[in-house]
Design a protein around this ligand. Structure first.
Ligand code: NAD
Ligand code: GLY
Length: 355
């Protein structure tokens, strides 16, 4: 690996600062890249889809033990926490050990949670392998599992020591998953970077086709935006980090109503369109047709049919972002700008859902 081909973005959180390394083919020399960040024994956690593709080489390069969990959202549960933590403790862990996630957001969220509670917190490193994980979930320190009461309701803020984004791993990712990740990439343009959104309107199809130059620019812009937001509001206290939830109140309700048949990013894409319609209804912007046109061109869903409005609104009231049962939304106000709007009238939400 030629080290100057590695782009580094620092997530500047004082004593919790860490580098995000971005490049092509970084897994081929992962040992060189990560050795400076390892203080003791390493454990790599991966899932059953990713492990056959990349785990052997990564574990060998890092002289690491391996743990493989089933793929998919149901793995984000207490049972997996027990499986991973038991395995790590049985194989021999101390306070200098590190847990390394190799996979998508599911593996990252569960591994980070386990790292945060093992021996009251051991080192954690992320090697994300989906577009969503590379541009969103691996940066920012949110870890989580799901419970009967809902998704991501148990978790910690626990920053990794390093993140390695090898965009070559996306070559094995199914196209539907790439598009789902693209929705979160586009979201960054909508909330913070007008120029990036406009660039995506011209170049988004190249990103989705994994064109090297376009992909690398989009991944970098996304991570820079996520870094900017996380540095400003690490623990989601000021409202800044909440902007990352554009499209998510609608999107989570669509995901839940579909019984998780639609992917998170698909819900977010349609959710951004409904958020823009709601913004229009409240007289804040006129963006819905433009956002819908872009997502449609990319091949993402822009509407959600076939579920009754009252049921969707009930799901939105249960969303963990809905404080005290109120209907709060992140709404776009212009390209590159969004804000939190609290206590939206149920009749306005119903009317955009029924349009
Ligand atoms: P995922 O981890 O389920 O991965 C999607 C699918 O792709 C899985 O089947 C996986 O096995 C497979 N896969 C992963 N990498 C692959 C590769 N390179 N080649 C072939 N197959 C591959 O899903 P995701 O979309 O990456 O993440 C979704 C999760 O992320 C959700 O649980 C969500 O709550 C969480 N999330 C967390 C944050 C955060 O800030 N912590 C942010 C957004 C989403
Ligand atoms: N993906 C939401 C967040 O990191 O805050």
């Amino acid at each position: 690996m030629i080290m100057q081909d590695v782009k580094t973005i620092t997530i500047d959180l004082k004593e919790r600062s860490y580098p995000v390394f971005i490049g092509k083919g970084l897994l081929t020399d992962i040992g060189v890249l990560l050795q400076p960040h390892l203080r003791g024994k390493a454990f790599v956690v991966s899932d059953e889809n990713v492990a056959p593709l990349y785990l052997k080489n990564v574990a060998k390069a890092l002289n690491a033990e391996t743990i493989v969990i089933p793929a998919g959202e149901p793995s984000k549960c207490w049972q997996t926490v027990q499986t991973v933590t038991d395995a790590v403790l049985e194989k021999g862990c101390d306070r200098r050990s590190a847990l390394i996630s190799l996979g998508g957001g599911v593996v990252g969220d569960i591994t980070g949670f386990c790292a945060s509670i093992l021996e009251r917190g051991i080192d954690f490193i992320q090697i994300p392998t989906t577009l969503l994980a590379q541009t969103d979930s691996s940066v920012g320190g949110k870890t989580a599992i799901d419970t009967r009461a809902g998704k991501n309701l148990i978790g910690t803020f626990y920053q990794p020591k390093a993140v390695v984004v090898d965009t070559d791993t996306l070559k094995t990712l199914p196209r539907r998953q790439i598009l789902a990740g693209y929705a979160e990439v586009a979201k960054y343009g909508l909330i913070k970077r007008a120029n990036f959104w406009e660039w995506l309107e011209q170049n988004g199809e190249k990103v989705a086709a994994l064109d090297d130059a376009a992909l690398s620019y989009a991944v970098e812009q996304s991570i820079l935006t996520k870094a900017q937001v996380v540095i400003a509001d690490e623990r989601e206290e000021t409202g800044e980090r909440a902007l990352l939830n554009l499209g998510h109140t609608f999107g989570h309700a669509f995901e839940a109503a579909s019984q998780m048949k639609i992917l998170h990013g698909e819900g977010v894409a349609a959710g951004c369109v409904y958020a823009a319609k709601l913004s229009e209804k409240l007289g804040l912007s006129h963006l819905a047709p433009r956002i819908a046109a872009h997502f449609e061109k990319i091949g993402l869903p822009v509407k959600f049919d076939g579920y009754e409005t009252a049921g969707l609104i009930a799901l939105m009231r249960k969303d963990k972002k809905a404080l005290s049962n109120r209907l709060n939304f992140v709404l776009p106000t212009a390209v590159g700008q969004a804000r939190v709007v609290k206590d939206v009238a149920e009749s306005d939400v119903a009317s955009v859902l029924e349009e």
